[in-house]
Write a protein that binds this ligand. Structure first.
Ligand code: KE4
Length: 427
């Protein structure tokens, strides 16, 4: 496949942008090779700068749930822009978005808009610490919450020791306030609370971890966390930046009936424009400035273009019952992929929830980061590039989740399965 223009652009990008990208995963380091550059996107498709057409299963990492550049969003952004692109003054869109989020997301009584998922989780952590007067945080290995210092923390040497920085530049003093435990490990959580329950401000998790591949709770882990945090007065935070408004109208908390104290949101609620949000119990949210002592702010928070795009996308999903459509497409893809994998000459596991899916080239169950790290990265890289060369763009990492949009068709799914089958045979 001709990628000459992408290669020239990447060389130029590398001269002026660290790693040639504005976000690391885009650099294809987990699949070798170098990234293509996109010219335009529409519906379920991308066209790169060399004219290659691709069926897209990344969907700008989740926001493009209606597909790329839906006419309704283009019109909404255009109409909003005619009246101003940013105000830094309260505007009616913000009230409408807040009301919609509070109506749709079970845990949210009050909500504040921010500009990224990272800002949402960072603010939720600070709010939980301010509300409880405590400092310690529990997170889970394999869960990613954006590049927040206190959440870029890996498990310490022993399960219960303080966290280790998971990035250069994160002070050890920050990391030591965060304990990173294995997901689905009740005993580790019980020990952490037994040891320092009265110091734990919050437990934060992706209720469906989707940043180390895609895996799920086992044995009622989420309800266990709901009970133990309630018992110890710790704030339970669901990071639904990826799952919110995607796995269901009200996210994982709607599907499971388990209601956290705070929820972080993003991606879908911006319709592709920069956005994040965090919300939850009013007694906690009321601790935020200007009413309360927990400071949090943002020049572009509640930006009219992002609000107009996000509101349009959410309302369109509701009007079309997009979640039902996504389940149908997801089931088609899963059935097709399992059929193709049945004759694959290597171990695999396929996980899906609604329109989110992940193919692990690994033996056996995947229930936490340790399991996910067993994947055959070389096999995935080869699979990824063969699919890309045949017009199907999966996430450029074995540790990412794929996304289907309502713009994908049954024909797209059939084409994708045929390409995947070819790629599997070439392994
Ligand atoms: P942003 O700051 O990238 O908007 O959101 C951070 C974030 C928070 N929480 C969850 C569950 C997330 O998945 C993310 C970001 N997701 C990644 C994809 N794995 C974004 C892609 C990227 O980093 O370029």
């Amino acid at each position: 496949m001709n990628r000459q223009t992408s290669e020239k652009l990447y060389a130029a990008a590398c001269e002026k942008i660290p790693g040639g990208v504005n976000s690391p995963v885009r650099a294809f380091r987990n699949v070798d090779g170098s990234p293509f550059f996109v010219r335009r996107a529409k519906g379920a498709r991308l066209w790169d700068v060399d004219g290659n057409e691709l069926i897209d299963y990344v969907g700008t990492w989740g926001p493009a749930i209606l597909g790329h550049a839906p006419e309704c969003i283009i019109a909404a952004v255009h109409n909003a822009a005619k009246d101003g692109v940013s105000f830094g003054i309260p505007n009616p869109y913000e009230v409408e978005m807040a009301r919609l989020i509070c109506d749709w997301v079970p845990s949210v009584e009050k909500v504040r808009m921010v500009n990224s998922g990272t800002e949402a989780t960072m603010s939720a952590i600070r709010l939980a610490r301010g509300f409880t007067g405590r400092d310690r945080i529990i997170k889970f290995t394999g869960c990613y919450h954006g590049h927040v210092d206190s959440l870029l923390v890996a498990a310490g040497s022993g399960a219960l020791t303080h966290g280790e920085p998971d990035s250069a530049g994160v002070p050890r003093a920050f990391a030591e306030l965060t304990t990173a435990l294995p997901f689905n490990d009740r005993a580790a959580v019980e020990e952490a609370f037994a040891e320092s329950g009265d110091q734990i401000a919050a437990v934060i998790l992706e209720p469906v971890p989707a940043n180390a591949g895609l895996f799920f709770e086992v044995d009622g882990f989420l309800s266990f966390l709901r009970e133990i945090t309630q018992k110890h007065g710790a704030v339970l935070i669901f990071d639904e930046v990826m799952t919110g408004f995607r796995v269901a109208k009200g996210g994982v908390q709607e599907l499971t009936g388990i209601t956290p104290d705070l929820t972080a949101l993003g991606k879908v609620i911006g319709g592709g424009l920069p956005v994040g949000a965090f919300g939850g119990r009013a007694d906690i949210m009321n601790q935020l400035a200007p009413d309360g002592p927990v400071y949090q702010a943002g020049t572009l928070s509640g930006n009219p273009l992002a609000m107009a795009a996000g509101l349009t996308q959410l309302k369109e999903m509701e009007k079309r019952n997009g979640w039902q459509q996504l389940e149908g497409l997801g089931a088609e893809l899963e059935q097709g992929m399992r059929g193709a994998l049945a004759t694959a000459g290597l171990p695999w596991t396929f996980h899906r929830i609604g329109s989110m899916f992940c193919l692990f080239f690994a033996e056996g169950a995947v229930q936490n980061l340790e399991d996910a790290m067993r994947v055959d990265k070389a096999a995935f890289a080869k699979f990824f590039h063969t699919c890309l060369d045949h017009g199907v763009y999966f996430a450029p990492s074995p540790y990412e989740t794929g996304f289907i949009s309502v713009a994908h068709s049954s024909e797209d799914i059939a084409t994708t399965v045929a390409v995947a089958e070819q790629a599997l045979m070439a392994l």
